[in-house]
Every structure is written in C-alpha cells, then in structure tokens.
Design a protein around this ligand. Sequence first.
Ligand code: AMP
Ligand code: MG
Length: 401
Amino acid sequence: MRPFTSTISLDEARRRLDAAVRPIARTERVAIEHAAGRVAASDVTAPMDVPPFARSAMDGYAVVAADTAGASKSTPARLRQLDRIYTGQPSSVTIAPGTCAEIATGAPLPAGADAVVMVEETAKTGDEIQIFAPATAGHHVGRRGADIAAGDRVISSGDVLSPSRVGALAAIGCVDVEVFAKPRVAILSTGNEVVEPGRTPKPGQIFDVNRFTLGAIVSAHGGVPEPQHPAQDTVDALVAALDTCAQMDLVVFSGGSSVGERDLVVDAIALRGEMIFHGIAVRPGKPTAFARVKGTPFFGMPGNPTSCLSNAYILLVPFLRAIARLPPHTPRTVQAPLGRRIVSAAGRHQFYTVRLRNGIAFPAFKGSGDITSLSQADGYIEIPSDQSVVEERAMVMVTLF
Ligand code: AMP
Ligand code: MG
C-alpha cells in the first residue's frame, strides 16, 4: 500500500482541469440532417435572399393597397379577380388598380400588387371580390429577403447547431456544414476481476459497469466513446493500453487508481506521461488521477461504479464539453427539505445522492461500490468539506441528474 499523502481540493482539481483544456481543432463536414447538436467550425453566409421572392403571408387576395382605402363592411371596395395563384406557381398577370388575384399563403405576390387582404375580410360573387377592410402597402406580404438577406451571416463559428439553426441553414440551401469533430474518448476498465457482458463470470469476477456508464456520459456530452477491452492489473498491460488509447482525444480509465498493491495506473502513468493530480478531497471519488499521456489528457477514475460515475458528472463532463467546444452543462436544481439527517466525512467535499419523494429529499447513498446509489437516486446534494452534519428538515439544493 502507498497511502495518499496528500489530496487536492475540488476547486484546485477544477482549476487544473480548466487549465488543461485544449478545445478540439479537427473539423469535418456533416450533412445538415446530422448537424443538430454539433458546433459550427466556420461562419456561414447566406448566398441568397430568404424568402427569395415577395410572398403572401395569408390566404386571401393580392391587391393594390390604394384600392382598399376606406373599405368597410358597409362600403366595400370592389375588385375584379384576374387569377388564382398557388404556391410554387408565379403568376404572369399584373394587378392593375381595380383588379386582384386570389392568392395562397406562400405564393409569390404578382406584379403590381403590394398588399394581401385575408380571405376572412372578403366576399366573392363570380369574379367580383368585395373587400371589407383597408390594407396598407406591405400588409400580409413577406418581403423578399425579410427573413435572411443575401450576405447575412446565418451561423457564426462556435455556434451550437440547435434545431432552429439547422433550419436557417436549410433555408439558404445548405446541404452540409463544417463542424468541429466530436472528441474521441477511449474508455477502458482495469482489473483482473472485470469481465465483459455476454461472458459467464468466473468465481470472483464481476461484470464491467464503468465502461457503460462512462460511455453513456461521453455520448450525452458531445464525445464519441471508443470502448476498449478491460486491461489486466499489470504495468505492462496498462502501458500497452495507454499507448493505444493516447491516440484518441481523451482517455478515461477506471479502476486501479487507488493505493492498493494492484493499483498500477499511477505506475503506468509514471512511465508514459505526466501526472497533474492524484487524489481529490471529495467523497465519493477520492482516488482520481488526471494526467497527460503523450500530450493526451487522461482521467484515471476510481473503480467503484458510484465513485466513477459521480466523478464523471463532476469532473469529466465539464472537461469533455470544453474540449468539444460545447457550452457548460447546467443541470436543473430543486430546493427540498432533507428527509433524514446525514453525517458527512469531515475534510472532504461530499456528493450525497438523494431520492425525491413528495418534495422531500431522502438519502439514497448506499456505498461507493453500489451502482444503485445512483440508479435509484434523482440527484445529489453537496456537503462542503467544513460541514459534517446536515440535519433532518434542513433545506438542501438537489442537483438533478
Ligand atoms: P479499484 O479502483 O480498481 O480498486 O476497484 C474498486 C472496486 O470497484 C472493486 O470492488 C472493483 O472490483 C470495482 N470495479 C473496478 N472496476 C470496475 C468496473 N469496470 N465495473 C464494476 N466494478 C468495478
Ligand atoms: Mg482494480
């Protein structure tokens, strides 16, 4: 055993992580149907006006606005209908004073017309149209370029492509768009006891949990998980795994990061990289390491599934999002009274999982090794390192998963 001689505070760990962020520079082109949630890597300027022609915003009649001045129910303007204009079919008629054309929403405004009267304000007898309300020029007309003018910047580099931004790209006829690549994240579980799903565990073996929780987190926050087979607890196996994984944008190992005889991740890092911290004053999740391996950032997460996932939420998510150039994640929070007193380890910032029942937060934490500490919780509360007790009925802020 090589006990932790020192740990750093959570704040200090966050500072060192922030300082280690290198936002991804690689870019790729993706079809706009696959662009949602991606981060634009260049500005996009409109090559055309949207709409590309003046169009009606209503079903009604295209008119010369001046013809409708003073029109009312009792003194309607009377116009002669020249044409019926549907979408996608520009009309060749010119609307002269005293005439009009029936027009559908989205259809091109005919020459001569400068306003549209909605059908509800008209009556039709043969080809005579009565107009019951005055329209001013431009009324119910979507001007050419009113939405986007040719030359407008539609997307700026760094924008996250929300559904509406994908829509703006579609409106100007984009087929594909330049985006930053998603960071590729190598995920590897260490431990002689860890087996992959689909196998029959031998005595003393357990199924790999962390590869899947970490993979889910990585996918949800803009990365591409690159799951690896579990590695044995030998320095050689870990060094070989590091060599493979360091080719990715980020590496996340779990297990073997503590101080036991078989916790050899630190030894492997010593051979291949540079340790930035090892040991954080948090609970769960103290034996967490962060390093650079051949230039690639490396997380060594604790093997305990709850510790591993808890630290993934708290440390990995912000780091990954920053690399992916995504804005920080802001989980929802709710205030609730605590349903049962909690005693916390002094000197460590504790993340304590809770379940919400009828607006009351009940402790859900079982043990660091128990995935149900998280899977049966709705969120967590934070207990600062200088606080050792949270009393029953105290109001707590629950950060929801
Ligand atoms: P370690 O951090 O390697 O000392 O592991 C701590 C505990 O977590 C041990 O009980 C391990 O068996 C368990 N553990 C380690 N890795 C995993 C994993 N990938 N999935 C589930 N449990 C694990
Ligand atoms: Mg282990």
